[in-house]
Write a protein that binds this ligand. Structure first.
Ligand code: B12
Ligand code: SF4
Length: 685
């Protein structure tokens, strides 16, 4: 039997112009569909030779074909995908599904059935599994849905299809019979995950470009958060691969691909503390070093465990915090103690574990106070260098308690809800499907939010996400000074309405992602926020001036100096200059003290008002690095700005008696110049 397993499209970022071939390969590698590859390995064990098609790669080829010719070879990606399969014949075509690209996947399935009416077209994965009946009723070209974990059921199904027997005996299946769509009982769970073979990564060549290799660590979370779909999918049965099995798989990846950093897939790894400890201890006893990340709840992890995990190579933890409001924590059945959550994030920061702090806004019961609490949690996490707060708007995933509760009142926003924001771009055909079938595509809808306007929510999300990216410390400062960033957001909206009456909500997300947003926003801080609202204007002015200097920058990236002259010996007549891309600014308050206060949440209005000088430069990734200079470095760089020679500078130091106790002024000057050259603040003019 010829079998093809097709991944769900997930690499929506491929359409971005800046993504080149290597970046694309890395993105696709890191999105390797672990589920499909696990199934392919099981089929290989049974003697089949399944093919795996990565739809992300097919999509990338389609984008490339359009780039070269100026127009797309096929205007429609579905047709392009179809043409890709036109000459390839399979008896069974199985497509994996995820909510964000479900309309597109169904359209592709339709195209495949049109081209190969004799093949069985089946869907599997988290989305089709829960909307199986409605999908098959709405789309007659889908022959089958395989629900839930499929390592046991798929081989059974293929055998049954091959022998042309009735599929009604295969568990976990939704199928057609006499014009009806029927379900067989759910398939049993796979309790011993160690019994599964090593996933068929050899059928997915892009995996070798990964920075963080995806490996399954286990399945199932016993909790019951009302917005979550994955707990029910794995039937809340917590399972973990044994440390020996995991380490053997990690070794195999390292030896095959030379990669020792892993994204260990599990919805909630730390349910059973003893087993986490056993895994970490096994890693520590291992003769090879592995780095890894996984997900946890902040109430199922403690300081001692975090420390052990860090020692065992943990470099990242995904924490679903969801809401910063204690009231909502109870309503959504998450039940986290938020003080503890904040403490765990801080502890991870101490051990240099990166944390994704995932927050959701737009719960149906959310009040303005709840929203402010969530925004506050977001902003407070920003104080930690290793924390990466994320803010999404609630999407009612199919078959979740929240979706079921609100299924009669789901709203389809004009900009196709929020899934398209982080998910797949929706074509007009997709939109028609979404609009016609709210139950199948509920994730594109929103639940009513009676206490907070939806537009307000969406703009607030754009505001904080881009603010954090472009103006991090100013945003933290505004949040602390004003008491809550949401108040600043409202003041900004009012100011913008007065000053930019033509602002339209249509291009809002693009506006916030563009440089125009920080330019306008800094004007607001300067003209309105500091004079009218600030309680710590000296500190806020210093933060503002630093951002203004960073923004007013040319695009020149530091590091582009003349390598030869950088290595040249310093001579008395050498003329000095600031290193290309370095800019100096004077502030009337101590920037370091301000940042320290923000990190520790200490009052900003008591920040030291000692004037300081900052050197700002852009680093390779395009963000600005800010360095507060010692008085001596400030003096030297000030003179370099005026292109003085070494001789002139030492003379100036001697005359002004700038010395360190016991070291003569000319030597202080020379040593300082040498040090600043090494740090790439000074170069020869
Ligand atoms: C890793 C991951 C990601 C990765 C990418 C994964 C990838 N390969 O592309 C990233 C971080 C990018 C991601 C993003 C998103 N994700 Co995600 N993700 C996961 C996660 C944690 C693990 C997936 C995995 O590998 N599972 C392990 C394997 C073994 O399970 P599996 O994939 O389900 O496969 C089994 C079965 O489903 C079945 N099966 C699967 N496919 C097929 C196909 C056939 C033919 C058959 C017969 C059977 C079958 O057999 C497999 C073996 O048993 C899951 C949660 C989870 N634990 O599964 C969420 C999950 C899939 N993600 C989810 C969501 C919502 C998203 C986002 C939309 C979130 C967002 N708003 O940003 C985005 C969308 C991405 C996009 N651009 O379109 C939801 C999907 C819910 C739904 N109803 O579809 C899940 C279930 C989590 C949740 N919140 O409930 N995700
Ligand atoms: S803890 Fe996480 S995985 Fe578990 S039910 Fe809640 S949101 Fe879902």
């Amino acid at each position: 039997m010829k079998v093809c397993l097709i991944s769900a499209p997930t690499a929506n970022q491929l359409g971005h112009r800046a993504v080149g071939g290597m970046d694309a390969a890395r993105i696709m590698g890191e999105l390797a569909p672990v589920g499909i590859l696990s199934l392919a390995a099981v089929l290989e064990e049974k003697g089949l030779q399944p093919e795996v098609v990565d739809l992300n790669r097919v999509y990338y080829e389609w984008l490339q074909s359009s780039d070269q010719k100026g127009t797309t070879a096929e205007a429609d990606f579905c047709r392009f995908a179809g043409s890709w399969f036109a000459d390839r014949h399979f008896d069974f075509l199985g497509l994996s599904t995820v909510c964000s690209s479900y309309p597109l996947t169904i359209r592709i399935a339709g195209e495949l059935k049109r081209l190969h009416p004799e093949s069985s077209v089946a869907l599997g994965g988290p989305q089709a599994s829960v909307v199986d009946l409605s999908t098959m009723r709405a789309y007659p070209f889908i022959d089958l849905v395989v629900r839930g974990e499929a390592e046991q059921t798929l081989p059974q199904l293929l055998e049954t299809l091959d022998s042309r027997s009735s599929v009604a005996s295969v568990p976990g299946l939704t199928f057609r019979q006499g014009g009806e769509v029927l379900r067989t009982p759910d398939a049993p769970l796979i309790l011993d995950l160690d019994s599964l073979p090593f996933p068929a990564f050899h059928l997915f060549p892009d995996v070798r470009f990964c920075r963080h290799f995806p490996m399954e660590l286990g399945r199932g979370c016993p909790f019951a958060c009302t917005f979550c779909s994955t707990n029910d999918f794995f039937r809340r049965r917590f399972r973990l691969k044994s440390p020996e099995h995991m380490i053997a798989e990690m070794r195999r990846v390292k030896h095959t691909y030379g990669i020792n950093s892993f994204e260990l897939v599990h919805d909630m790894f730390t349910v059973d503390r003893k087993r986490v400890v056993a895994f970490c201890e096994a890693l520590l006893a291992c003769d090879e070093k592995f780095y890894w990340g996984s997900s946890a709840r902040t109430d199922c992890i403690d300081e001692e465990l975090i420390e052990l995990m860090a020692r065992a190579g943990c470099r990242g933890i995904f924490f679903g915090i969801e809401s910063g409001s204690a009231r909502l924590q109870k309503i959504i059945d998450k039940g986290l103690d938020l003080k503890d959550s904040a403490a765990r994030i801080q502890y991870c920061d101490k051990f240099k574990i990166n944390t994704a702090v995932s927050l959701i806004a737009g719960f149906p019961d959310e009040s303005m106070n709840d929203l402010q609490d969530t925004a506050a949690f977001f902003m407070d996490s920003l104080r930690y260098d290793h924390a990466d707060p994320q803010l999404s708007i609630l999407s009612p995933l199919a078959d979740t308690p929240i979706q079921k509760q609100h299924k009669a009142s789901l709203v389809l926003d004009d900009d196709i809800a929020d899934m398209s924001y982080r998910g797949w771009n929706q074509e007009p055909e997709d939109y028609e499907m979404i609009a016609a079938h709210p139950q199948i595509f509920s994730s594109f809808y929103s639940v009513p939010t009676p206490f907070v306007k939806r537009d307000f929510l969406k703009e607030l999300r754009d505001f904080v996400l881009n603010g954090m990216r472009m103006l991090r410390w100013l945003f933290v400062g505004l949040h602390q000074d004003a008491g809550n960033i949401v108040q600043v957001f409202e003041q900004w909206q009012r100011w913008r309405a007065e000053n930019e009456p033509d602002f339209s909500a249509d291009g809002r997300t693009a506006y916030y992602a563009h440089r125009k947003f920080p330019v306008d926003f800094l004007r607001f801080v300067q003209q309105r926020y500091i004079p009218v609202h600030s309680k710590a204007s000296a500190a806020m002015t210093a933060l503002l001036e630093c951002e203004l200097a960073a923004l007013g920058y040319s695009d020149e990236v530091a590091g582009g100096g003349n390598k030869e002259s950088d290595d040249d010996e310093l001579l008395p007549e050498s003329r000095l200059a600031l290193f290309p891309g370095v800019r100096l600014i004077k502030l009337k308050a101590d920037f370091q003290d301000i940042i320290q206060r923000l990190r520790q949440k200490r009052p900003l209005n008591q920040a030291s008002e000692t004037p300081v000088m900052l050197a700002i430069r852009k680093n390779g990734s395009g963000s600005a690095e800010v360095h507060q200079l010692s008085p001596l470095s400030a003096e030297l760089l000030g003179l370099c700005q005026d292109n003085w020679t070494v001789e002139e500078m030492t003379a100036e130091f001697l005359q002004r008696k700038i010395e360190i106790p016991g070291v003569p002024a000319n030597l202080v000057c020379l040593a300082g110049i040498e040090m600043l050259r090494q740090q790439r603040f000074i170069s020869l003019a």
